[in-house]
Ligand binder design. Structure first.
Ligand SMILES: CCC[C@H](O)CC(=O)SCCNC(=O)CCNC(=O)[C@H](O)C(C)(C)COP(=O)([O-])OP(=O)([O-])OC[C@H]1O[C@@H](n2cnc3c(N)ncnc32)[C@H](O)[C@@H]1OP(=O)([O-])[O-]
Length: 715
């Protein structure tokens, strides 16, 4: 709702009340209309202030209403009524003014912001554009280049930047509503002609075409198939070239296309999914709301390689005390220098001082005796990790949580090295660990709910989106990647090239195709895992392992020392080791031809559809197996992992959402087709849960949990 009160006798105060972010629901919109009408009708009222309750101005349109039948007054006329008011209306912006929230403020005559407020038009991140006249008012207020930046990126700006850009008129460190009331009284009675943004001409640009061409090129490159950023550029162009009313029409048209698009659905699903994963549950019945985390004030990181350094930076930046341990003195000094550099660069960007004092460095593991939680981040080698866990058990005080940063090793096996396996959880960070948003929190069969809750909470404190998953080979992300990469390799055996497979996957929206990604991560990583799994053993049939089809192509490249970017060659060739520019490699092409001849394989023409379906549907099929086994609690968990950790295109929601969009029947049919053609590839065999979902009439994704629950109860 919107509450109307009178303060200081002559100020009408409208307070938006719709927790948690005062979104502009139908009731709030109606409340604003009624309050404005009332204030304008009261002769004693000289000016109005609009604010939001609980220190939050407004988080924008109510996303929960999207896709439902529209009720209540639309936003545009509400904002026009405010702008047309004959009494000054001042927005008192505390906390946030985002999307429709900022558009509401732009409809007001003046804007006062608290110094800690964040403002922005993040609609593009939801597959939309600021369609409550934001795309038309903002360029008129701050000019085309700055508006293009804000609207196409959706980035939030601080109050200081908003003041500099001209979005707000004043910034205060004190009570924002008091400041706004004072300000409103000071301008009461003055002409408002120069304060109605919709009447402003859009600031002229001599190089208008060039500016828009450059903007379009930039978003096309960054968007990888997303349509909203393009529509945002088109809407701002309308503001720059058309009268306000016509610009508004164009904004409406563009919004109508976006609003009903699958991309907007996917991005909005993703928004809620990222919040839903915080409400984790375990098959044991343990849940987020019944498991209390222990506060972590001091943590230790063991092993200061690339991952350990990133984790140390993340913890220190979040204000925790960190003991950073690396047993070799020389590596310790190198790590200290690298960590300090990362902290200094990060602090410079944020305009704060680097938290160097939060970290103490040591080459002695005994120095971790008084910490609340340890994150072991040594080399991905089970024997080494076991040794470290045994040492930690001896030196840590009772009750210390022991976490391992691993991308797939058995958490339970590690936990068995300690007298208190209930205190052990996996924390799978993604490189660079201080930047990447995703954290897989892996619980073993003996991890306590409190250990999981503590790791999840710590993830939140250091700014991660944490997803709780069960313990299995590769956890969720890498386990699903395995059939995807296998298919990519099989396609090469059958006639495709790495360039073609990557092109198809990149056109789908991945930042990098399977082969460019493998070259970047290092081919030796997978080689080591396959060796540890007993797959790379001499004397076995070349293309079969344990009765299933196997492609040794990656192993053969590694045997030649082709580990990817770092060695200057892998699936592609590079100018020099470490270079990032991948070029097709004639050597690789002849190698593939020879390989096929050697194994009696005849290259055939492979099309886009086959590449996409085999790579993606085998990955999705593994996702269904993961759900069936209870390794992930719901499809949202898998989708968040893929969007945040594996560059799955955001506007496609995630693999499980994509399966829902394509249609489960179609996914099932195609998997059956490919499995018939490749009976020796078990990952193409449709999993039971997928069959059950189809048999249950392919319910929409938000109802899959009901079917999963039934499957689990039958086990
Ligand atoms: C014609 C229309 C044109 C218009 O231009 C379109 C728009 O305005 S599009 C909108 C443009 N606006 C945006 O894109 C802003 C989107 N919102 C955000 O970016 C962040 O939520 C915010 C920064 C506000 C707070 O971050 P934080 O402090 O980390 O907290 P948090 O993120 O965990 O959220 C807490 C709870 O609030 C919920 N919720 C949040 N916003 C909305 C909403 N608009 N609606 C409904 N609910 C919303 C959220 O789901 C969560 O619920 P739950 O049940 O507890 O899981």
């Amino acid at each position: 709702m919107a509450q109307y009160t009178r303060i200081s006798g002559s100020v009408g105060l409208i307070t938006l009340k719709n927790p948690p972010v005062n979104a502009l629901s139908a009731v709030v919109r109606q409340g604003i209309v009624d309050s404005v009408e009332r204030a304008l009708g009261e002769p004693e009222v000289k000016c109005l202030v609009i604010c939001g309750q609980s220190g939050k101005f407004c988080g924008g349109a109510d996303i929960r209403e999207f896709g439902k039948k529209m009720t209540g007054p639309p936003l545009i006329p509400v904002f026009h009524a405010i702008e047309a008011a004959a009494k000054p209306v001042v927005a008192a912006i505390e906390g946030i003014a985002l999307g429709g929230g900022l558009e509401l403020a732009l409809g007001c005559h003046y804007r006062i912001a608290h110094s800690k407020a964040k403002l922005g038009l993040p609609e593009v991140t939801l597959g939309l554009l600021p369609a409550a006249a934001g795309s038309q008012r903002l360029p008129r207020l701050i000019g085309v280049p700055a508006a293009l930046d804000l609207i196409t990126t959706g980035r939030h700006v601080t109050a200081a930047e908003a003041l500099q850009l001209g979005i707000v008129d004043q910034v205060t460190d004190h009570n924002t509503v008091d400041a706004a009331v004072k300000f409103a009284l000071s301008v009461a009675g003055q002409s408002l002609d120069a304060r109605r943004i919709s009447t402003f001409p859009c600031p002229r640009l001599s190089n208008l075409d060039a500016v828009f061409e450059a903007a379009m090129q930039k978003v096309r490159q960054a968007a990888r198939g997303a349509i909203a950023p393009i529509a945002c550029v088109q809407a701002v162009r309308a503001a720059a070239t058309l009268p306000y009313a016509q610009g508004l029409e164009r904004e409406k048209e563009l919004m109508a296309t976006l609003f009903t698009s699958g991309q907007a659905r996917a991005l909005q699903y993703s928004f809620f999914a990222q919040r839903a994963v915080g409400r984790w549950s375990m098959p044991s019945g343990a849940r987020w709301d019944t498991s209390k985390p222990k506060p972590i004030r001091k943590a230790a990181v063991i092993g200061l390689g690339t991952m350990g350094r990133g984790i140390t930076v993340g913890l220190a930046q979040a204000g925790l005390s960190v003991v950073a341990v690396e047993t070799q003195e020389k590596q310790l000094m190198e790590a200290k220098q690298a960590v300090s550099g990362m902290l200094e660069r990060g602090a410079k960007k944020r305009g704060v001082s680097p938290p160097l004092g939060n970290i103490s460095y040591s080459s002695n593991i005994k120095t971790v005796g008084d910490v609340d939680l340890v994150i072991e981040a040594v080399f991905e080698d089970m024997a080494l990790k076991k040794e470290v866990f045994q040492q930690l058990s001896a030196v840590c005080r009772p009750g210390t949580f022991l976490c391992t940063n691993t991308s797939g090793l058995d958490i339970d096996d590690l936990a068995s090295q300690t007298p208190n396996p209930e205190l052990v959880v996996g924390m799978h960070f993604f490189a660079p660990a201080h930047v990447m948003k995703l954290l897989e929190v892996v619980y073993g069969p003996r991890s306590s709910p409190q250990a999981v809750a503590t790791a999840m909470q710590l993830g939140k404190v250091i700014g991660k989106v944490s997803v709780a998953v069960g313990n299995c080979q590769g956890f969720v992300g890498n386990r699903m990647l395995s059939p995807y990469l296998s298919q990519a390799n099989f396609l090469l055996e059958e006639g495709a090239t790495p360039e073609f497979v990557d092109q198809v996957l990149e056109e789908f929206g991945f930042a990098m195709g399977a082969f460019r990604m493998s070259d970047l991560s290092g081919l030796d990583v997978g080689w080591r895992v396959r060796k540890a799994a007993g797959l790379v053993v001499p004397g076995q049939p070349a293309r079969m392992r344990q009765g299933c089809r196997y492609s040794p192509l990656g192993d053969l490249l590694c045997e030649q020392g082709r580990f990817g970017q770092k060695t200057g060659s892998g699936w592609y060739q590079y100018d020099k080791p470490g270079s990032r520019v991948a070029k097709p490699d004639p050597w690789l092409h002849s190698f593939l031809e020879e390989y096929r001849t050697r194994h009696g394989l005849v290259a055939r023409r492979i099309d886009h559809q086959e590449v996409l379906e085999r790579c993606l549907y085998s990955l999705i099929n593994e996702g269904f197996r993961i759900l069936e086994e209870g390794i992930a609690a719901g499809p949202e968990d898998i989708d968040v992992i893929y969007v945040l950790g594996y560059s799955w295109p955001r506007h496609r929601g995630g693999p499980m959402f994509y399966a829902d969009m394509v249609g489960l029947t179609r996914v099932l049919e195609r998997l059956e087709f490919y499995h018939q053609a490749h009976p020796d590839v078990p990952s193409l065999q449709p999993c039971n849960l997928l069959r059950k979902l189809v048999a249950s009439g392919s319910p929409p994704i938000h109802r899959w949990r009901e079917v999963i629950k039934k499957v689990h109860s039958q086990l």
